[in-house]
Design a protein around this ligand. Structure first.
Ligand SMILES: [Zn+2]
Length: 239
């Protein structure tokens, strides 16, 4: 190898390490719910009003969704449901009731893949397939997308920009919701302690387990936050 070739090789190595470093920091930056490359995620509602958004992911399910709808109706609360296309195919009648009862349906992909390093074609396919299922439920359009695992690195935001959609993350995800056994009072306690005006709260109606405790967590959250003067709105501000 002559000296010119060595110089070129050094330059390529240098460029590659700069690129890797950039990707590493971009990845770290994208891990936060507050940041993404190419757009600003919706991680809270910008407002001075005491409003809070309850979001329900991964559904609909046979166990949790219908009793949840009854509970929300009892308290006159509207929520936002980030549904999976494959769940809509499995439970279309339950999914349709979510729309008919005034809640907002957002897109949570077709079958919950991690969106890290996926091609635009793959991402677009997951979104479009689920959009048409949601539209078949009677909701005229779908403006909100929440990535599975909140993974948005690296091309997802660009695809969402081109589809004119919001990328929704959230403000608080109660850790106790992932524990076994599920303790509704603990989940509600975590939410109430960590709330602020405009918070978007993560909850999950996609499982069919622990229905009673799940409903308890939602009901206690609603009661306690209403006592503190909070109103519940959908992620688009509707109520
Ligand atoms: Zn999910």
């Amino acid at each position: 190898m002559n000296s010119t070739e060595r110089k070129v090789l050094r330059r390529i190595r240098h460029l590659a390490s700069v690129l890797l470093l950039f990707l590493f920091f971009a990845f770290l930056y994208s891990r936060s719910w507050k940041h993404a490359l190419f757009l600003e995620p919706l991680y809270e509602i910008k407002t001075d009003r005491n409003v809070v958004v309850l979001t329900f992911d991964d559904g609909p399910s046979e166990g949790r969704t219908l009793p949840l709808l009854d509970l929300l109706e009892k308290h006159n609360v509207k929520g936002t449901f980030f549904m999976l296309g494959q769940q809509i195919e499995e439970y279309p009648d339950i999914a349709r009731q979510v729309v008919e009862r005034g809640h907002l349906v957002g897109n949570h992909s077709y079958d919950h893949p991690r969106m890290y390093l996926k091609s635009p074609q793959f991402i677009r396919g997951q979104i479009e397939r689920t959009d048409s299922l949601i539209i078949s439920l009677g909701q005229p359009d779908v403006h909100y997308f929440r990535p599975p695992f909140s993974a948005k690195f690296i091309l997802l935001p660009l695809v969402l920009n081109s589809m004119d959609k919001y990328l929704v993350t959230g403000t608080y995800d109660p850790p106790a919701e992932y524990l076994t056994p599920y303790n509704g009072a603990v989940v509600a306690g975590e939410i109430v302690q960590n709330i602020r005006p405009g918070s978007i709260i993560y909850l999950h109606d996609g499982k069919s387990s622990d229905v009673e405790e799940f409903l308890k967590s939602v009901e206690l959250t609603i009661r306690k936050l209403k006592e503190r003067g909070y109103e519940f709105v959908r992620v688009d501000g509707g109520s």
